[in-house]
Design a protein around this ligand. Structure first.
Ligand code: ZN
Ligand code: ZN
Length: 319
């Protein structure tokens, strides 16, 4: 009898604790991010793609779309989603923000298009043009979009983003502001996603200003510095493709740990102290030994005490 009573009390305490920890986990957290792919190349089952939604909402937007199906499958296996894979693709993802037209950022979108539902693709004009003339064409695939070669299957609607202009993300509770980034011969994009008074900044591929002979990152840091000061920016998702051993002349518009920390110092000079600020490291390029090296170098060089997070495919991040 006593034993039974203790068991019941323990069970109640445990239930209460797990409820509290679930609350604590989401307490004050504004966004949920589900990485569908986290690497910057080679492994076609794990290329840049991150679902993001306000906490508690199933209305996601996908930041880049290198890998979709395999990443969703992993997330479903991890019980991040309690619905079938098809439903996540078809109903939870409401649209795509594509940073630039390199295949590792959009191959999943093309390949999954036959099974997908009607939604919007948001990008800068140059990137949309490449979709129209290179990918959603009848020689590369089929034209699932509402512009470009005929016949048009009209499943996807292209929406061209204007730099710095806040744009509603259809069927979600979020808006986006896009900023240009310099990525070797291409213009890439940083997306500032907003829900209420909370923000997340996602950067597509980018090189450092100094190497790219650009001021795009400086301008971006200037634009977001007030949001950091106001504690409204929850995280920056930024690439580090190579370890420090990569020579500057073969960065191909990418960052190394050394260059990222240098850029973070530029940000700190405008935004104030960044200690414990959440920095999510994306686009790490295989082989695995090189990825491990990137992690070690970042941790060693992190004199600003940023909170570094290395996302894992199919594992949710609450911000
Ligand atoms: Zn890339
Ligand atoms: Zn690229």
């Amino acid at each position: 009898m006593i034993c039974h009573h203790i068991r019941r009390t323990l069970l109640a305490a445990f239930t209460c604790l797990s409820f509290l920890s679930a609350v604590a986990q989401n307490n004050g957290s504004a966004f949920r991010i589900v990485p569908l792919g986290v690497k910057g190349g080679i492994d076609e089952s794990n290329l840049s793609a991150y679902m993001i939604a306000p906490q508690g909402s199933d209305n996601y937007i996908c930041l880049d779309a290198g890998t979709l199906h395999y990443g969703i499958e992993k997330a479903v296996k991890n019980k991040v989603f309690n619905v079938p894979v098809e439903q996540v693709l078809r109903q939870y993802i409401k649209g795509y923000l594509i940073s630039h037209s390199h295949l590792d950022h959009l191959a999943g979108l093309i390949i999954n298009s036959p099974d997908d539902t009607a939604k919007t693709i948001y990008a800068f004009a140059d990137c949309i043009e490449t979709f129209k003339t290179r990918y959603f064409t009848w020689k590369s695939w089929a034209n699932f979009a509402d512009e470009g070669e005929v016949p048009q299957l009209k499943k996807y609607h292209y929406q061209v983003l204007t730099p710095s202009v806040e744009t509603l993300l259809a069927n979600t509770e979020m808006t986006v502001q896009a900023f240009p980034l310099s990525h070797s011969n291409l213009t890439s994009t940083a997306f500032l996603v907003k829900h209420n008074d909370s923000y997340v900044l996602y950067l597509g591929d980018t090189g450092p200003d100094e190497i790219e002979k650009s001021d795009n990152l400086a301008r971006l840091w200037q634009a977001i510095a007030p949001l950091i000061k106001a504690k409204e920016l929850k995280a920056i998702m930024i690439e580090v493709s190579f370890p420090d051993e990569q020579p500057d002349k073969t960065l191909f518009g990418h960052l190394t740990p050394k260059w990222l920390i240098k850029e973070m110092h530029a940000l700190e000079s405008m935004a104030g102290p960044l200690s414990n600020f959440e920095l999510i490291i994306t686009h790490v390029k295989p082989p695995q030994a090189s990825i491990e090296r990137i992690k070690r170098q970042l941790e060693a060089e992190n004199d600003l005490h940023l909170h570094l997070l290395f996302p894992q495919q199919g594992k949710a991040i609450n911000l």
